[in-house]
Design a protein around this ligand. Structure first.
Ligand SMILES: [Mn+2]
Length: 351
């Protein structure tokens, strides 16, 4: 990622404001490993530079959030409830990480759009869909595998770090977390040589891969597995076996005793099937203003032995429904029920 002089000047100004009045660190609602890791790394960097940092998550947050965040201050605001602000928040500088889209910042949008705030807002992201008026100091690299991959360069600049020896362990660890989780633990097609080189730097700086894997991936409870069994039970193969679809309704969550965040990663299971090129998970969300909502997660493979294979750009598919993400992983929230959304989604996936 290229960081030009104007951006460097903007960074310096944001850090100055943060030192004087603190910094609020924000990310997308329902934060994942990259979002939580980006927030922790950014907050800890600002703290090292003498600023008071406050992370504000729009929940629900993953179950491992407390352990990952440790002593770094964070609060969780309930989904659907606009951020009220208050003393210590309203004057502060702002850092937005792992998103640059108003649709993912719903609960904090009105707070962010208060006069004078945009000018002291830093935004670091790697998503294709990005609203140009989110933040004035912007570092976006849509080729990066994770927000933390972009953020590492920004934070090293802020810390004056030249090599891994200059990256503190408590910053390397959350940066590694974002890189590892957004690449599916270095299995997805975004796992490039640069990603592995970055991971190497972060491990040298003290990140512990096996410890982080255990924390994120091996602390489940039985309710999540019961929910997975219901998702797998809903599996249907479409378009001659190229597309695998799973659905989860509110009743499935209730029967399994599971939380809304418990379906994370389920989409990887249909991706294990030979012949499957696109996988979809449709989950019933709480209605918005009385309208039923279905959340769609899509994944696609970059490789297939099939003659004439063209990878499906699931970002483009989700964009037709007002969502987005990456070419191989994207999502959307669509008005309707699982029964009505499923055929529309299927029609939007190219033959
Ligand atoms: Mn990310």
């Amino acid at each position: 990622v290229n960081i030009d002089q104007a951006t460097v000047d903007g960074l310096v100004a944001v850090v100055r404001t943060a030192r004087e009045r603190g910094v609020v660190v924000l990310t997308h609602a329902k934060p994942d490993g990259d979002a939580v890791g980006s927030c922790a790394a950014a907050a800890r960097t600002f703290e090292r530079l003498g600023a008071r940092a406050q992370v504000v998550f729009v929940g629900p947050v993953p179950r491992w959030t407390s352990e990952m965040m440790g002593p770094t201050p964070w609060i969780e605001t309930p989904p659907g409830q606009p951020l009220a602000g208050g003393p210590g928040l309203d004057d502060a500088a702002v850092a937005i990480v792992d998103t640059g889209s108003w649709s993912q910042l719903g609960e904090v949008k009105s707070w962010l759009q208060m006069p004078g705030r945009r000018e002291r807002t830093l935004m670091v992201d790697h998503h294709k869909h990005n609203d140009p008026d989110v933040g004035s100091v912007r570092v976006v690299d849509t080729d990066a595998a994770s927000a933390t991959q972009v953020l590492m360069r920004v934070l090293m600049l802020m810390l004056g770090a030249q090599s891994w020896q200059d990256i503190p362990r408590e910053i390397a660890e959350p940066l590694y977390l974002g890189l590892a989780t957004d690449t599916g633990w270095f299995r997805h097609s975004n796992t490039t040589a640069e990603v592995l080189a970055t991971a190497s730097i972060l491990v040298q700086a003290g990140a512990e891969p096996a410890k982080l894997y255990e924390l994120i991936e091996q602390r489940e409870d039985a309710a999540r597995l019961r929910l997975l069994s219901r998702a797998l039970g809903s599996l249907r193969m479409e378009k001659g076996g190229r597309v695998a679809m799973m659905t989860l309704t509110k009743a499935d969550y209730e029967a399994a005793g599971a939380r809304r965040t418990d379906s994370g990663g389920f989409i990887d299971h249909p991706m294990t099937l030979a012949g499957v090129e696109v996988a979809a998970l449709l989950t019933e969300e709480p209605p918005e203003a009385g309208t039923p909502i279905v959340k769609v997660s899509l994944r696609s493979k970059a490789f297939s032995p099939r003659a004439g294979f063209v990878p499906v750009d699931v970002n483009a598919v989700c964009r037709t429904f007002g969502g987005g993400g990456h070419a191989r992983a994207a999502g959307a929230k669509i008005q309707g029920t699982v029964a009505t959304v499923l055929p529309r989604l299927l029609a939007a996936i190219p033959d």
